[in-house]
Design a protein around this ligand. Structure first.
Ligand code: BDP
Length: 724
């Protein structure tokens, strides 16, 4: 058929877009993941008229401040794209309008006398109302940033296909500081980063301000993240030089209208390294003055600067103990410098020492417990979720609950340092929820980690949660499409640690791909099983830390010759002909005694210990009878096999969803699943080969033997593994 020019334009401009939008599950254009969950594709044809009738206009005051502008622009963009019409702004109410404002900025809002008192500084209210017979939806908050969150809240409802005709919701964050921690160096290398280089182009800042910084801020604001620690915890002193403060200030200017504050990781020895002081002793008056002057300088350039994150006396970093002082002395000195400006210190509890013969997982609590109650009011002690180091599964850190006089904040890892880097699909919403829901029992049943860190259990004044970011310069931000879900889930749980991980997965899928129930159902299942799969093919039954040395890529349970004993995988599993596991009961390191009595007894007792923590707390013979009736050796194998089978099932599930996903994102994810499957088999085969040798056991009838010899797996080297 030959079309004249006119017909061709009609076809291209009108008919094809309409057909594409009307076709359920259809993708509108090539996608590469850059738009994250903020794609705003056209609302399905069946809902469009209904949504449009509640979005006829956006009512705003005559003038508004930058943060309110952010909210309004986002709402207008989102609605216009989803409805395919230009939704206008105006200053008076009309039927179907959305009124956006604070009582202070718009008399139309104050006139409604809405119950905003309990919303705090960041919460919002969304309500469907009639004003003198005119139907409107109001998004109101006490602060402008609350409007940003409210707008994203309403857009999320529309993006996920919910009815917006009769809304009545209030929503306020349960945790005050909701931060990403970037482990980004000033040379743009990202420690444990698997998504390219740092997104901060430090060298060209502050002159060149990459538009991507705005997109970053917008994505974070959409999930409630309100702060970013810009640089690696293994910090360079240079970040506090005037040059770099100016660069950080440029980023802060971009982030400000999105309610996001800038924080910096600081090196404890900065006064010595930057300005030649003789000491960094926190009790030395000249050192204290140096930090006060530095804080003042920072606040001159960044008036809303958030504060410092500090890794001190940990893995070779300098700290107060170099001068015979303790963590509280160090933290409080910095806190004193920041306090007049409203800043906080986040002091990390990730400490363990080579020369300490104590079980590594006990060391942090041992070191910090005597300091409980010693930290200043603007100090939070930042604790990793488990007592070891971001393993696929660990029991919760015993610090939570055991330091009632200290404001503890959570540190999760979003980047997948120990979970297959960016090529493995592992939905971390499940891991985060498992930790947040864990019950410490320190004040009886219900003393969950969520209640510790939201401050309600011990009455904290300041609360916080941090996620080590998986973001880099890759076009899709996180190095993989499904890695975006972990950024998203972290933000949503930071806002409300009680949300269900399944619900979050569903939301993310709808916004990222398609609201089609068939797609969402199958893809949610795939995500939900992915975390247990990685535990099974890497570290089942409470095993931990058996990855390759340094780069942390792939299996290496055989390593036992490193200088630092606690860096050896062997330290953690101790497998030999007698058995496997780390005895942490009273017969062993007694780490169980660091937990509240009901938890300690549950973990210590072989009848009650959850099997997923079995070898973390117990050393057992290979013939130990498991609850399944299998021996421990057989059970271990069954888990490794199951992990591989689960990845096969995930791959099959993804392949069945092809018609719902654009080719670019589909293919990338399919290829990654192939990598994951190959690496899951490698983990299984290498670990089984090694444990078979240690135990002297042969494989049970019917078990698939490892593809290659143990020597082969042991010979593998990865000099260019990323993130190291
Ligand atoms: C470990 C990482 C290391 C970090 C350290 C930390 O391997 O790169 O510097 O944690 O959290 O997981 O300080």
């Amino acid at each position: 058929m030959i079309l004249d020019d006119m017909s061709r334009s009609v076809l291209v401009l009108f008919v094809i877009p309409v057909l594409l939008c009307a076709w359920p599950g259809a993708y509108v254009s090539a996608e590469d993941g850059y738009d994250l969950w903020l794609r705003y594709p056209p609302v399905g044809i069946e809902l469009r008229a209904e949504v449009a009738s509640h979005a006829t206009a956006i009512v705003i005051p005559a003038t508004s401040a930058p943060t309110a502008e952010t909210a309004i622009t986002e709402l207008r963009t989102g609605l216009s794209q989803m409805l395919g019409i230009d939704v206008p702004t105006r200053q008076t109410i009309v039927d179907g309008a959305i009124l956006v404002g604070t009582p202070d900025s718009n008399p139309l809002v104050s006139g409604l006398e809405l119950p905003l008192d309990d919303l705090g500084d960041e919460g919002y209210l969304i309500r469907s109302l009639q004003v003198s017979g005119t139907k409107i939806t109001v998004i109101a908050a006490k602060s402008e940033v609350g409007l940003v969150y409210g707008v994203f809240g309403l857009l999320r409802l529309i993006q996920t296909g919910q009815d917006i005709a009769a809304l009545d919701m209030v929503n306020a964050p349960k945790i005050e500081l909701r931060l990403l921690n970037h482990w980004d160096n000033l040379d743009r290398h990202v420690e444990r980063g698997y998504a390219g280089q740092s997104i901060w182009d430090w060298w060209r800042l502050p002159g060149f301000v990459d538009p991507r910084y705005t997109d970053y801020a917008r994505a974070n604001a959409s999930i409630g993240i309100n702060g970013a620690v810009l640089n690696n915890v293994n910090a360079s002193a240079q970040v506090l030089s005037a040059r770099y403060i100016a660069k950080a200030a440029a980023l802060a200017r971009v982030f400000r209208p999105y309610g996001i504050k800038v924080f910096l990781s600081v090196r404890f020895s900065s006064p010595v390294e930057l300005d030649g002081l003789k000491t960094a002793d926190p009790l030395n008056p000249a050192v204290r003055d140096w930090w006060k002057a530095k804080a003042t300088e920072i606040y001159e350039h960044i008036p809303d600067f958030g504060g410092f994150l500090v890794k001190a006396n940990s893995e070779g970093q300098p700290g107060p103990q170099d001068y015979g002082r303790n963590h509280a002395d160090g933290a409080n000195m910095l806190a004193e410098a920041l306090d007049p400006h409203g800043g906080v210190v986040m002091w990390r509890a990730f400490v363990y020492a080579q020369d300490n013969p104590e079980d590594r997982v006990k060391q942090a609590l041992n070191e910090f417990k005597p300091l409980d109650g010693e930290f200043a009011d603007n100090v939070l002690v930042q604790v990793k979720n488990g007592p070891l180091d971001f393993q696929p599964r660990e029991p919760f850190s015993p610090m939570f609950g055991m330091m009632p006089e200290t404001q503890l904040m959570m540190e999760f890892q979003i980047t997948q340092e120990y979970l297959g880097f960016s090529t493995h699909m592992v939905y971390l919403g499940e891991l985060y929820r498992e930790v947040l829901a864990a019950d410490t029992f320190v004040r009886g049943e219900g003393s969950t980690i969520a209640r510790v860190i939201d401050g309600t259990l011990h009455g904290y004044k300041r609360t916080g949660i941090a996620g080590v970011a998986n973001i880099g310069s890759d076009r899709d931000w996180t190095g993989s499409i499904f890695g975006q879900a972990n950024w998203y889930a972290f933000g949503r749980l930071a806002w409300n640690p009680d949300l269900s991980s399944r619900q979050i997965a569903g939301e993310w899928l709808k916004m990222t791909f398609s609201t089609d129930p068939e797609f969402v159902g199958a893809a949610t299942e795939m995500m939900m099983r992915s975390r247990e799969a990685v535990v099974d093919y890497m570290t089942p039954l409470g095993l931990a830390h058996i990855m390759g040395t340094g780069h942390h890529y792939g299996p290496a349970p055989w390593v036992s010759d490193l200088d630092r004993p606690e860096w050896n995988p062997y330290y953690y599993h101790r497998a030999d002909s007698e058995g496997i596991g780390f005895d942490r009961t009273s017969q062993g390191s007694n780490a169980t005694a660091q937990y509240a009595a009901p938890v300690a007894s549950r973990f210590s007792n072989l009848e009650t210990v959850p099997e997923e923590y079995l070898l973390w707390f117990h050393r057992l013979s290979w013939d130990f009878q498991m609850r399944s009736g299998r021996t421990l050796w057989e059970e271990l194998l069954a888990h490794y096999d199951n992990g591989v089978a689960e990845v096969e099932a995930m791959k099959a599930a993804w392949m069945s969803l092809k018609s719902y996903v654009d080719p670019g994102r589909f293919k990338k994810t399919a290829q990654y699943l192939d990598i994951q499957l190959e690496e899951a088999r490698w983990w299984r085969d290498a670990c089984i080969a090694y444990f078979a040798r240690q135990s002297g056991k042969s494989l049970p009838e019917g078990a698939r033997p490892p593809d290659r010899s143990l020597e082969y797996y042991m010979s593998l080297e990865f000099p260019y593994a990323p993130g190291n």
